[in-house]
Design a protein around this ligand. Structure first.
Ligand code: CP
Length: 313
Protein backbone atom coordinates (compact mmCIF):
# COMPACT_ATOMS: atom_id res chain seq x y z
CA UNK A 1 0.00 0.00 0.00
CA UNK A 2 2.75 2.45 0.83
CA UNK A 3 4.11 2.05 -2.73
CA UNK A 4 1.01 3.63 -4.33
CA UNK A 5 2.09 7.16 -5.23
CA UNK A 6 -1.05 8.54 -6.88
CA UNK A 7 -3.35 11.12 -5.29
CA UNK A 8 -6.24 10.38 -7.67
CA UNK A 9 -7.48 7.43 -9.73
CA UNK A 10 -8.30 8.93 -13.12
CA UNK A 11 -7.56 5.97 -15.35
CA UNK A 12 -5.51 2.82 -15.83
CA UNK A 13 -3.30 4.50 -18.44
CA UNK A 14 -1.29 6.54 -15.88
CA UNK A 15 -0.68 3.50 -13.62
CA UNK A 16 2.36 1.24 -13.70
CA UNK A 17 1.91 -2.53 -13.51
CA UNK A 18 3.18 -2.36 -9.92
CA UNK A 19 0.44 0.18 -9.02
CA UNK A 20 -2.21 -2.17 -10.41
CA UNK A 21 -0.77 -5.12 -8.50
CA UNK A 22 -0.75 -3.01 -5.32
CA UNK A 23 -4.47 -2.21 -5.68
CA UNK A 24 -5.34 -5.83 -6.52
CA UNK A 25 -3.34 -7.24 -3.58
CA UNK A 26 -5.01 -4.85 -1.14
CA UNK A 27 -8.48 -5.42 -2.62
CA UNK A 28 -8.09 -9.20 -2.46
CA UNK A 29 -7.75 -8.92 1.32
CA UNK A 30 -11.19 -7.27 1.46
CA UNK A 31 -13.01 -10.07 -0.38
CA UNK A 32 -13.66 -12.09 2.77
CA UNK A 33 -15.38 -9.19 4.54
CA UNK A 34 -18.49 -9.86 2.39
CA UNK A 35 -18.84 -13.24 4.13
CA UNK A 36 -18.68 -11.90 7.67
CA UNK A 37 -21.85 -11.50 9.78
CA UNK A 38 -20.83 -7.89 10.46
CA UNK A 39 -19.43 -6.49 7.24
CA UNK A 40 -17.69 -3.46 8.62
CA UNK A 41 -14.17 -2.42 9.63
CA UNK A 42 -13.21 0.90 11.22
CA UNK A 43 -10.42 1.84 8.82
CA UNK A 44 -11.90 5.02 7.30
CA UNK A 45 -13.90 6.21 10.31
CA UNK A 46 -14.21 10.00 10.13
CA UNK A 47 -13.57 10.17 6.38
CA UNK A 48 -16.20 11.41 3.90
CA UNK A 49 -16.80 10.00 0.41
CA UNK A 50 -19.10 11.81 -2.03
CA UNK A 51 -20.48 9.80 -4.96
CA UNK A 52 -21.32 12.34 -7.67
CA UNK A 53 -23.04 10.33 -10.39
CA UNK A 54 -24.26 12.51 -13.27
CA UNK A 55 -24.94 9.47 -15.50
CA UNK A 56 -27.03 6.40 -14.61
CA UNK A 57 -25.38 3.56 -12.68
CA UNK A 58 -26.44 0.51 -10.71
CA UNK A 59 -23.24 -1.44 -10.00
CA UNK A 60 -20.60 1.28 -9.68
CA UNK A 61 -22.57 3.74 -7.55
CA UNK A 62 -23.92 1.07 -5.23
CA UNK A 63 -20.61 -0.66 -4.77
CA UNK A 64 -18.77 2.60 -4.01
CA UNK A 65 -21.41 3.33 -1.38
CA UNK A 66 -21.17 -0.16 0.12
CA UNK A 67 -17.36 -0.01 -0.01
CA UNK A 68 -17.27 3.32 1.84
CA UNK A 69 -19.73 2.08 4.46
CA UNK A 70 -17.85 -1.20 4.98
CA UNK A 71 -14.77 0.91 5.73
CA UNK A 72 -16.86 3.05 8.17
CA UNK A 73 -16.54 6.20 6.04
CA UNK A 74 -19.53 8.53 5.69
CA UNK A 75 -20.94 8.12 2.17
CA UNK A 76 -23.06 10.78 0.45
CA UNK A 77 -24.75 10.10 -2.90
CA UNK A 78 -25.69 12.73 -5.45
CA UNK A 79 -27.39 11.94 -8.76
CA UNK A 80 -27.86 14.13 -11.81
CA UNK A 81 -31.59 14.68 -11.31
CA UNK A 82 -31.05 15.38 -7.60
CA UNK A 83 -28.23 17.88 -8.06
CA UNK A 84 -28.20 21.53 -9.04
CA UNK A 85 -26.65 20.58 -12.39
CA UNK A 86 -30.28 19.94 -13.38
CA UNK A 87 -30.90 23.66 -12.65
CA UNK A 88 -28.06 24.80 -14.88
CA UNK A 89 -25.11 24.79 -12.48
CA UNK A 90 -21.87 23.71 -14.13
CA UNK A 91 -20.08 20.53 -13.11
CA UNK A 92 -17.17 22.62 -11.85
CA UNK A 93 -19.38 24.85 -9.70
CA UNK A 94 -21.16 21.81 -8.26
CA UNK A 95 -17.85 20.15 -7.54
CA UNK A 96 -16.32 23.27 -5.94
CA UNK A 97 -19.34 23.58 -3.65
CA UNK A 98 -19.01 19.94 -2.64
CA UNK A 99 -15.27 20.42 -2.07
CA UNK A 100 -16.06 23.31 0.28
CA UNK A 101 -17.64 20.70 2.60
CA UNK A 102 -14.26 18.97 2.92
CA UNK A 103 -14.85 15.48 1.57
CA UNK A 104 -11.80 13.23 1.46
CA UNK A 105 -12.77 11.50 -1.80
CA UNK A 106 -15.13 12.51 -4.63
CA UNK A 107 -16.15 9.67 -6.94
CA UNK A 108 -17.44 11.08 -10.22
CA UNK A 109 -19.28 9.66 -13.21
CA UNK A 110 -19.92 12.02 -16.10
CA UNK A 111 -20.78 11.80 -19.79
CA UNK A 112 -17.78 13.92 -20.83
CA UNK A 113 -14.35 12.38 -21.28
CA UNK A 114 -11.91 14.28 -19.08
CA UNK A 115 -14.46 15.35 -16.45
CA UNK A 116 -12.66 13.55 -13.60
CA UNK A 117 -9.29 14.96 -14.61
CA UNK A 118 -10.75 18.47 -14.69
CA UNK A 119 -12.02 18.08 -11.11
CA UNK A 120 -8.67 16.65 -10.00
CA UNK A 121 -6.95 19.85 -11.15
CA UNK A 122 -9.28 22.09 -9.12
CA UNK A 123 -10.44 20.23 -5.99
CA UNK A 124 -8.64 19.41 -2.75
CA UNK A 125 -10.35 16.02 -2.44
CA UNK A 126 -8.96 12.89 -4.05
CA UNK A 127 -10.89 12.15 -7.26
CA UNK A 128 -11.92 8.71 -8.51
CA UNK A 129 -13.08 8.41 -12.10
CA UNK A 130 -16.18 6.18 -12.07
CA UNK A 131 -16.55 6.48 -15.85
CA UNK A 132 -16.01 9.56 -18.07
CA UNK A 133 -17.66 9.33 -21.47
CA UNK A 134 -15.92 6.77 -23.68
CA UNK A 135 -12.55 7.48 -22.02
CA UNK A 136 -11.86 5.30 -18.93
CA UNK A 137 -13.58 3.33 -16.16
CA UNK A 138 -10.59 2.30 -14.05
CA UNK A 139 -12.33 0.54 -11.16
CA UNK A 140 -14.24 -1.64 -13.65
CA UNK A 141 -10.93 -2.73 -15.18
CA UNK A 142 -9.47 -3.38 -11.73
CA UNK A 143 -12.39 -5.59 -10.73
CA UNK A 144 -12.14 -7.39 -14.06
CA UNK A 145 -8.45 -8.02 -13.41
CA UNK A 146 -9.08 -9.20 -9.85
CA UNK A 147 -11.71 -11.65 -11.14
CA UNK A 148 -9.37 -13.01 -13.84
CA UNK A 149 -6.52 -13.42 -11.35
CA UNK A 150 -8.75 -15.21 -8.86
CA UNK A 151 -10.21 -17.60 -11.47
CA UNK A 152 -7.05 -18.29 -13.47
CA UNK A 153 -4.50 -17.90 -10.66
CA UNK A 154 -2.18 -15.64 -12.69
CA UNK A 155 -1.99 -13.26 -15.66
CA UNK A 156 1.06 -14.67 -17.43
CA UNK A 157 0.40 -15.59 -21.04
CA UNK A 158 -3.38 -15.21 -20.80
CA UNK A 159 -5.26 -14.20 -23.93
CA UNK A 160 -8.44 -12.13 -23.66
CA UNK A 161 -10.98 -11.41 -26.41
CA UNK A 162 -12.94 -8.16 -25.93
CA UNK A 163 -16.00 -8.37 -28.17
CA UNK A 164 -18.62 -5.92 -29.36
CA UNK A 165 -19.05 -2.16 -29.16
CA UNK A 166 -15.44 -1.20 -28.42
CA UNK A 167 -15.85 2.25 -29.98
CA UNK A 168 -18.15 3.52 -27.22
CA UNK A 169 -16.62 1.54 -24.36
CA UNK A 170 -14.60 3.15 -21.58
CA UNK A 171 -14.36 -0.32 -20.06
CA UNK A 172 -12.58 -1.67 -23.15
CA UNK A 173 -10.01 1.13 -23.08
CA UNK A 174 -9.27 0.66 -19.35
CA UNK A 175 -9.17 -3.13 -19.72
CA UNK A 176 -6.80 -3.00 -22.68
CA UNK A 177 -4.43 -0.69 -20.77
CA UNK A 178 -4.50 -2.93 -17.70
CA UNK A 179 -4.26 -6.26 -19.51
CA UNK A 180 -1.37 -5.13 -21.70
CA UNK A 181 0.54 -3.68 -18.72
CA UNK A 182 0.15 -7.03 -16.94
CA UNK A 183 1.46 -9.01 -19.91
CA UNK A 184 -1.75 -10.39 -21.37
CA UNK A 185 -2.55 -10.66 -25.08
CA UNK A 186 -5.74 -8.84 -26.08
CA UNK A 187 -7.79 -9.32 -29.23
CA UNK A 188 -10.67 -6.95 -29.83
CA UNK A 189 -13.45 -8.10 -32.11
CA UNK A 190 -16.54 -6.46 -33.55
CA UNK A 191 -17.99 -4.99 -36.71
CA UNK A 192 -15.53 -2.54 -38.33
CA UNK A 193 -17.80 0.42 -37.47
CA UNK A 194 -17.41 -0.37 -33.75
CA UNK A 195 -13.63 -0.91 -33.65
CA UNK A 196 -11.70 2.35 -33.16
CA UNK A 197 -8.15 2.73 -34.56
CA UNK A 198 -6.63 3.42 -31.10
CA UNK A 199 -6.85 -0.24 -30.05
CA UNK A 200 -3.89 -1.25 -32.23
CA UNK A 201 -1.82 1.63 -30.83
CA UNK A 202 -2.47 0.13 -27.37
CA UNK A 203 -1.13 -3.22 -28.56
CA UNK A 204 -4.40 -5.09 -29.11
CA UNK A 205 -4.98 -7.36 -32.09
CA UNK A 206 -8.17 -6.94 -34.13
CA UNK A 207 -10.57 -9.54 -35.49
CA UNK A 208 -13.72 -8.98 -37.50
CA UNK A 209 -15.22 -12.44 -36.95
CA UNK A 210 -16.50 -13.63 -33.58
CA UNK A 211 -15.75 -17.30 -34.24
CA UNK A 212 -12.07 -16.50 -34.97
CA UNK A 213 -11.69 -14.20 -31.97
CA UNK A 214 -13.02 -16.64 -29.35
CA UNK A 215 -11.22 -19.73 -30.61
CA UNK A 216 -8.03 -19.63 -28.58
CA UNK A 217 -8.63 -17.39 -25.59
CA UNK A 218 -8.83 -17.79 -21.81
CA UNK A 219 -11.37 -15.02 -21.29
CA UNK A 220 -14.16 -13.58 -23.44
CA UNK A 221 -15.24 -10.10 -22.36
CA UNK A 222 -18.54 -9.24 -24.01
CA UNK A 223 -19.43 -5.53 -24.21
CA UNK A 224 -22.80 -3.86 -24.12
CA UNK A 225 -24.06 -2.36 -27.36
CA UNK A 226 -24.25 1.29 -26.23
CA UNK A 227 -27.12 2.48 -28.35
CA UNK A 228 -27.51 5.66 -26.29
CA UNK A 229 -24.05 6.84 -27.46
CA UNK A 230 -24.41 5.60 -31.03
CA UNK A 231 -25.04 7.57 -34.22
CA UNK A 232 -27.50 5.94 -36.61
CA UNK A 233 -26.10 3.50 -39.14
CA UNK A 234 -23.26 1.89 -37.20
CA UNK A 235 -25.01 -1.49 -37.22
CA UNK A 236 -27.53 -2.71 -39.82
CA UNK A 237 -30.07 -3.88 -37.20
CA UNK A 238 -30.17 -5.34 -33.70
CA UNK A 239 -31.26 -8.67 -35.12
CA UNK A 240 -28.29 -8.83 -37.49
CA UNK A 241 -25.87 -7.70 -34.77
CA UNK A 242 -27.16 -10.43 -32.44
CA UNK A 243 -26.86 -13.02 -35.18
CA UNK A 244 -23.22 -12.28 -36.00
CA UNK A 245 -21.90 -10.90 -32.67
CA UNK A 246 -24.18 -12.34 -30.01
CA UNK A 247 -22.53 -15.07 -27.93
CA UNK A 248 -24.65 -18.21 -27.75
CA UNK A 249 -24.07 -21.60 -26.14
CA UNK A 250 -23.84 -23.12 -29.60
CA UNK A 251 -21.01 -20.75 -30.66
CA UNK A 252 -19.24 -21.30 -27.35
CA UNK A 253 -19.41 -25.09 -27.54
CA UNK A 254 -18.25 -25.15 -31.17
CA UNK A 255 -15.45 -22.56 -31.01
CA UNK A 256 -14.28 -21.76 -27.46
CA UNK A 257 -12.14 -23.62 -24.96
CA UNK A 258 -14.00 -25.61 -22.29
CA UNK A 259 -12.36 -23.59 -19.48
CA UNK A 260 -13.06 -20.15 -20.96
CA UNK A 261 -14.39 -17.41 -18.64
CA UNK A 262 -17.29 -15.28 -19.86
CA UNK A 263 -17.25 -11.74 -18.50
CA UNK A 264 -19.42 -8.66 -19.05
CA UNK A 265 -19.21 -5.33 -17.23
CA UNK A 266 -22.99 -4.97 -17.18
CA UNK A 267 -25.66 -3.92 -17.73
CA UNK A 268 -26.29 -6.84 -20.12
CA UNK A 269 -28.58 -6.57 -23.14
CA UNK A 270 -29.89 -10.13 -22.89
CA UNK A 271 -30.43 -11.71 -26.27
CA UNK A 272 -28.31 -9.10 -28.07
CA UNK A 273 -24.63 -9.41 -27.09
CA UNK A 274 -25.20 -12.36 -24.78
CA UNK A 275 -27.74 -15.18 -24.81
CA UNK A 276 -29.43 -15.61 -21.39
CA UNK A 277 -28.15 -19.18 -21.09
CA UNK A 278 -24.58 -17.89 -21.52
CA UNK A 279 -25.03 -14.99 -19.09
CA UNK A 280 -26.37 -17.40 -16.47
CA UNK A 281 -24.36 -20.45 -17.48
CA UNK A 282 -21.36 -22.26 -16.04
CA UNK A 283 -18.76 -20.24 -17.98
CA UNK A 284 -20.11 -16.92 -16.69
CA UNK A 285 -18.35 -15.00 -13.89
CA UNK A 286 -20.45 -11.86 -14.34
CA UNK A 287 -21.77 -11.80 -10.78
CA UNK A 288 -18.28 -12.55 -9.41
CA UNK A 289 -17.17 -9.36 -11.18
CA UNK A 290 -19.88 -7.44 -9.32
CA UNK A 291 -18.88 -8.95 -5.94
CA UNK A 292 -15.22 -8.16 -6.60
CA UNK A 293 -16.20 -4.58 -7.39
CA UNK A 294 -16.94 -3.88 -3.73
CA UNK A 295 -13.51 -5.17 -2.63
CA UNK A 296 -11.73 -3.21 -5.36
CA UNK A 297 -13.52 0.00 -4.42
CA UNK A 298 -12.64 -0.59 -0.76
CA UNK A 299 -9.00 -0.94 -1.81
CA UNK A 300 -9.10 2.23 -3.91
CA UNK A 301 -10.85 4.30 -1.23
CA UNK A 302 -8.39 3.15 1.39
CA UNK A 303 -5.37 4.02 -0.76
CA UNK A 304 -6.70 7.46 -1.70
CA UNK A 305 -8.13 8.47 1.66
CA UNK A 306 -4.54 8.26 2.85
CA UNK A 307 -4.90 6.09 5.94
CA UNK A 308 -2.15 3.65 6.73
CA UNK A 309 -3.44 0.05 6.79
CA UNK A 310 -3.10 -2.46 9.55
CA UNK A 311 -6.49 -2.70 11.19
CA UNK A 312 -8.59 -3.31 8.09
CA UNK A 313 -8.57 -7.05 7.65
N1 CP B 1 -20.29 -1.69 -15.18
C1 CP B 1 -20.88 -0.52 -14.83
O1 CP B 1 -20.25 0.53 -14.83
O2 CP B 1 -22.19 -0.65 -14.47
P1 CP B 1 -23.11 0.57 -13.98
O3 CP B 1 -23.31 1.46 -15.15
O4 CP B 1 -24.38 -0.06 -13.49
O5 CP B 1 -22.36 1.28 -12.88
Amino acid sequence: MSTFGHRHLLGIEPLAAADIETILDLSERFLEIAGRPIKKVPTLRGKTVINLFLEPSTRTRTSFEIAAKRLSADAVNISGSGSSTSKGETLMDTARNLDAMSPDVVVVRHAQAGAAEMLARQLRAAIVNAGDGAHEHPTQALLDLLTIREKKGHFDGLHVAIVGDVAHSRVARSDIHGMRKLGMTVTVAGPPTLIPPYVQELGAKVSYRLEDAIGDVDVIMMLRLQQERMDAGLIPSLREYARYWGLTLDKLSRHARPDVLIMHPGPVNRGIELAPEVADGPYSVILDQVSHGVAVRMGVLLLLAGRKGGDHA
